[in-house]
Design a protein around this ligand. Structure first.
Ligand code: NAG
Ligand code: NAG
Ligand code: NAG
Ligand code: NAG
Length: 191
């Protein structure tokens, strides 16, 4: 009797795509669903992530769209973060969160820095709004996504195009370095 109940429980749990709680830093970083007996797909993802901007400044909002390619089957789960290029932590936060379709996680101690699906309903399209932090100047960023087609089949680290940081804070220091270098050049010519 007990064995039977356990079996039923296992079968039910298997159907649910699960990203562990956002407080588990490791899953925030690896963005890998907790389906230990399966590995990420190595083929190119039939699901894409696109954005409505090629640049950003502090505090700017960007629309992010997750989409299945034409004729691809729908996806059940996802995990979405913005990261600086080649970095492993999330930056900024999602706003106007659609809590029917998505669930916000607190990865890397930033509230709403990560979104995952609210249910395993099949979907071909999901849209979110992300806001760049106002109090820090970031480098260029990308949106990074894990797409879960169904329990055994998922793709990790699917990237958007790079969104260039046009933070005004970066410009003066570059200019200053150039001026100093020019001054040094003239000094050595005069000697
Ligand atoms: C991108 O989407 C955001 C959020 O909806 C909006 O505020 C912004 O104006 C859009 N940018 C462009 C270039 O359309
Ligand atoms: C999608 O399927 C239709 C009908 O089967 C086909 O004509 C079309 O070429 C397919 N598109 C892609 C991108 O595979
Ligand atoms: C995070 O998202 C939740 C749900 O939409 C919202 O109630 C909360 O105010 C958000 N927090 C921040 C810091 O944006
Ligand atoms: C920026 O603001 C966020 C939340 O508003 C805060 O958690 C973070 O510590 C701030 N960072 C800096 C560098 O001040």
């Amino acid at each position: 009797m007990h064995v039977y109940i356990l079996l039923v429980l296992c079968v039910c749990l298997r159907g649910v795509t699960s990203f562990p709680n956002g407080k588990v830093e490791e899953s925030c970083e690896s963005m890998t669903p907790n389906h230990p007996e399966f590995k990420p797909q190595t083929s190119s993802s039939p699901y894409k992530v696109s954005v409505n901007s090629t640049t950003f400044t502090p505090g700017q909002t960007i629309t992010v769209t997750l989409q299945a390619a034409e004729n691809a089957s729908e996806f059940q789960g996802f995990m979405l973060q913005a990261r600086e290029v080649d970095r492993k932590t999330a930056v900024g936060r999602f706003t106007s969160i659609n809590t029917v379709q998505s669930r916000a996680l607190n990865c890397f101690n930033i509230e709403n820095s990560t979104l995952s699906q609210a249910s395993a309903d099949k979907k071909s399209h999901f849209e979110a709004t992300w806001e760049a932090p106002t109090n820090s100047s970031l480098g260029d960023i990308q949106f990074v996504v894990t797409f879960v087609k169904d329990y055994p089949v998922f793709w990790t680290m699917v990237n958007s195009s790079t969104i260039r940081s046009t933070s005004p804070i970066n410009t003066p220091s570059t200019t200053r370095v150039t001026v100093i270098l020019l001054a040094l050049t003239f000094t050595s010519i005069n000697i």
